[in-house]
Structures are given as C-alpha cells and as structure tokens.
Design a protein around this ligand. Structure first.
Ligand SMILES: Nc1nc2c(ncn2[C@@H]2O[C@H](COP(=O)(O)OP(=O)(O)OP(=O)(O)O)[C@@H](O)[C@H]2O)c(=O)[nH]1
Ligand SMILES: C[C@H](OP(=O)(O)O)C(=O)O
Length: 203
C-alpha cells in the first residue's frame, strides 16, 4: 500500500514560533517525522512509504521533493489508489492506531485532527481529492459525498493529536515515547502539574 507523508522541510511549525526558534522548529519537526515513520515501520503490512517534502530531507524512507502548495502536491499523488496520506506531525501515532485506518475497506477512511484538520486518510477510490487548510475534515467529507465515496470516520485520539500549538506540546510530554518527546526533554521542556490543566513549560 502506498503511504505519502507530507513534510514542510523549510519553515515548519510556525505556530510554535512563540516557544521555539526557527532552527528548533526544524529539529522538532524532523523528530516528529521520525516518530511517524517509526510508527509506520511498526505496521504489520507491506507499506511503500514516501515523504513528500518541500525540500531535501534525510530520512529512512524515499523522499520526493515538491515545493508546490500542500493540496496540489498531495492531489498529484492520489492518482493511484489505494493511497494513504499521514501527516508528519502526529507525534503520538502508533502502529495500532495506523492499522485501524489502514485496515478499513471503505473507499475513504479518514481521521480528523484537533481543530478540524485532516490528519490521516486512506483513499481506495481515485476520485477522492484533497482541499487542505481551514476545516478540511468537513470539506473532505463533503468531497466524498459529492463523489459518492463510502466513508469510515476513524475515531482515534492518537491520530487526532497533531502538534500545532504550544499547548499541544503537553500531549507529547504526557503520552509520547519517541524522538519528539526526547527532543522536548533535551530542550528543557517539562510538565507543570502545579494546578489547573497540566502544561508544558521550559526550564
Ligand atoms: N509537502 C508539503 N507538506 C506540507 C506543506 N505544508 C505543511 N506540510 C505538512 O503537512 C502537515 C500539516 O501541516 P500544518 O500543521 O498545517 O503546517 P506546518 O507548516 O507544519 O505548521 P504551521 O506553519 O504552524 O502551519 C505537516 O506534516 C507538515 O509538515 C507543504 O506546503 N508541502
Ligand atoms: C493541513 C491542515 O493541517 P492543520 O492546519 O489543521 O494542522 C489540514 O489538516 O487541513
């Protein structure tokens, strides 16, 4: 099965700009990508994984460099079904969570992200196409409806948590166990469990 992992290599994770420098954002994004590739590597299936990156990147997978906007670049790779697209910022993804998506035989299996994005999908029908940004999850359900594509909505916390905002770092410290969590700990992040909602803070 073909898996595409979109990756913004040059200026990733701008919404983390309040807590990470540009170099740190690049390192942290690369750590999350490594975690996603490791989770895909643990899936009990034969997967053909390609990182669809905006610039060169060194990873344990094949890389295609395409600097066009995300939607255009992904749509160009949906011509051959089945194809799954798994975002590179799913630092909590596990093989089990990914298998729940990849085992679906619906024309479209799709996992929402926090705030209405689309974190992962498997399209078995080449008529499906993406339109990312905004509440893309709703837009993707509408596209499937228009194309008469059967949908399975995959309800998965581990696939839903994409790491976009400073508050999301808390989830990585709480529930992550890979390179992204290690990177945050090395960078001095820790949990403040002092009162109210637990928070990631930097020493
Ligand atoms: N190939 C490709 N991947 C992208 C592009 N923009 C974002 N991505 C990837 O798509 C996924 C979701 O990205 P977002 O969280 O929306 O964007 P981001 O650039 O990582 O972060 P922000 O700058 O904070 O919006 C991540 O895996 C990104 O690395 C793009 O233009 N091209
Ligand atoms: C690409 C975008 O990601 P988000 O900005 O929701 O993380 C989306 O899923 O439409």
């Amino acid at each position: 099965m073909r898996i595409v992992v979109p990756f913004s290599a040059d200026r990733p994770k701008t919404r983390l700009g309040k807590v990470l420098t540009p170099d740190e954002r690049r390192e942290f994004a690369a750590a999350m990508l490594a975690d996603v590739l490791a989770a895909l590597g643990g899936v009990d299936r034969d997967l053909d994984v390609t990182v669809l990156a905006t610039g060169p990147v060194e990873v344990e997978a094949s890389v295609v460099v395409d600097d066009r906007p995300l939607t255009t670049a992904v749509n160009d790779r949906l011509d051959t079904a089945p194809t799954a697209v798994v975002m590179a910022d799913l630092a909590l993804a596990t093989p089990d969570a990914l298998e729940a998506l990849l085992d679906s035989d619906a024309d479209l299996a799709i996992a929402a992200g926090l705030g209405g994005g689309t974190n992962a999908f498997l399209a078995r029908d080449p008529a499906f196409h993406v339109d990312y940004h905004g509440a893309s999850y709703r837009d993707h359900l509408a596209i499937a409806r228009e194309e008469g594509i059967s949908v399975r909505e995959v309800d998965s916390r581990r696939l839903a948590v994409d790491i976009d905002e400073p508050a999301d770092l808390t989830e990585v410290l709480l529930h992550g166990d890979g390179a992204a969590r290690d990177w945050l700990v090395d960078a001095g992040f820790e949990l403040d469990v002092g009162g109210g909602r637990v928070e990631a803070v930097r020493e």
